[in-house]
Design a protein around this ligand. Structure first.
Ligand code: GLY
Length: 461
């Protein structure tokens, strides 16, 4: 945990924004895997972590904006717990670690909430994403658990987003630690990327690094020679020369801050001509996009700039044609880059996504596009100092999408379909870094991870 003052300060700020009512923050509970006592790796709710810091199942936090009091609800360990889990700190001791003196058993939470409801006080809560917390909120608030998400407090959502979006110094230090763990994961993957090695071997080795050096991976590792499938979690292939391996992997620190890095490595460690051509295009989109980030610039503008770089590069090698600007405005480039440039990152790898993507990345003035490709941009607003983003352009050869567009003659004025066949074995290439927006510009976080052709080939050799 951070020092107690960090959590106290955050809660004080939220009190200042919300002013009235109560906010209820149910922490996560253990989630059974195949029978109740055999549980998944425990992951605390990120909003609970942000305001209360306690990384244990079975707690709830409550802030009373009228009285100014904060509460931790939870049960002290009984003898059965101690026999199986060892001695545990009391709820009072745990609450003190996040600067809270008011504690009560979890059974008292219902009393507190029912009392507030009877007095017609507003009970704010964030959208729950786990079944158990939907049931708990439904029961406490006397609402249908299946619909409870729709009743979440928009004021609380916006207040929390305004705070969590701007990273504190201690948070940036954590994210840099997470990127440094990712450095070890990615360099290991590059070194193992050899003909005859199995994807599963590499996946296991780098997952082990995330567990050995931090809190495990920030999301299920994407590692495949079929990088054209954007979130490929199958690791069943044996590496063969001529293919490229996409590794999209990041770690959590022990305090659960994330990294999210992608590198693409040619099997055997040497790029062939075609691989190099496409790699250099994606690399240029990555480095130019990073160079252009800074306060006031919008992520949508930088996304479109990266798309123009991809389209211009594809035109240079003859795979696209016509006016680059027009091709991007119309969305023709999305055949090759059908996703957004990146997303916010912090306690969640897609930071705060549970609170609603449009609350985070869009506003009354900036609406989400419904154009294929651009519709997947998670954040379109201007950057502010303290924002942490991924910058992750890519170029993919997705057979099903190419065949569909080709058969429809879609964008044939911009795409040379006859050229694509020669590049299909590349699969996909994505290059991703994690960037902090500063007062003056930006900073790429963590130890630089090899990414130029020369650097990747040097590591692999
Ligand atoms: N790195 C995985 C994702 O951004 O979805």
């Amino acid at each position: 945990m951070f020092k107690a003052e960090v959590y106290t300060k955050r809660r004080t700020r939220l009190h200042g924004i919300m002013k009235t009512g109560l906010a209820l923050f149910p922490g996560n509970s253990e989630a059974p895997m195949n029978y109740p006592a055999n549980t998944y790796h425990f992951r605390q709710d990120s909003d609970f972590l942000y305001f209360f810091g306690l990384d244990l199942p079975g707690f709830a936090g409550l802030m009373d904006f009228d009285s100014g009091k904060d509460w931790i609800f939870g049960n002290d360990a009984d003898m059965d717990d101690i026999i199986w889990m060892g001695p545990q700190p009391s709820v009072r001791e745990l609450a003190a670690k996040c600067g809270i003196t008011n504690t009560a058993p979890i059974s008292k939470l219902e009393e507190k909430v029912k009392d507030a409801i009877s007095k017609r006080r507003k009970v704010h809560f964030l959208p729950p994403y786990r079944g158990e917390n939907k049931m708990i909120l439904g029961s406490l608030l006397n609402e249908n658990p299946c619909k409870i998400k729709t009743l979440a407090s928009v004021n609380l959502i916006k207040a929390v987003i305004s705070m969590r979006s701007i990273k504190e110094k201690v948070e940036i230090e954590e994210i840099e630690k997470a990127v440094d763990i990712a450095y070890d994961m990615h360099v290991t993957a590059m070194k193992m990327c050899r003909q005859g090695t199995s994807e599963q071997d590499i996946f296991g080795a780098i997952e082990g690094i995330a567990l050995a050096k931090g809190g495990g991976t920030a999301f299920p590792i994407i590692l495949s020679v079929n990088g054209q499938t954007l979130h490929n979690h199958a690791h069943g292939n044996i590496l063969k020369k001529g293919r490229m391996m996409v590794t999209d992997a990041g770690a959590e620190t022990n305090l659960h801050y994330s990294s999210d890095i992608t590198r693409t490595t040619p099997v055997g460690g040497k790029f062939n001509q075609k691989q190099k051509e496409i790699y250099e295009i994606v690399l240029k989109a990555n480095t130019e996009a990073i160079k252009s980030t800074g306060p006031g610039k919008s992520n949508r503008d930088i996304h479109l700039m990266a798309c123009r770089i991809i389209a211009a590069g594809m035109k240079d090698i003859g795979m696209m044609k016509g006016d680059v600007e027009e091709a991007v405005v119309k969305g023709a480039h999305a055949l090759f880059m059908p996703h957004g440039l990146g997303h916010m990152m912090g306690l969640d790898v897609h930071d705060m996504e549970a609170l609603g993507e449009n609350y985070i990345g869009y506003s009354d003035d900036v609406e989400r596009s419904d154009q294929f490709g651009l519709a997947f941009l998670r954040f379109a607003l201007p950057y502010k100092p303290g924002h942490v983003f991924t910058i992750e352009p890519g170029c993919y050869f997705i057979p099903e999408l190419i065949n569909q567009w080709k058969s429809e003659g879609k964008f044939k004025e911009f795409i040379n379909y006859s050229m694509i066949d020669k590049y299909m074995s590349i699969g996909g290439i994505r290059i991703e870094d994690n960037v902090l927006i500063t007062e003056k510009g930006h900073k790429v976080l963590g130890k630089p991870i090899p990414k130029t052709v020369k650097e990747v080939e040097a590591v692999c050799s």
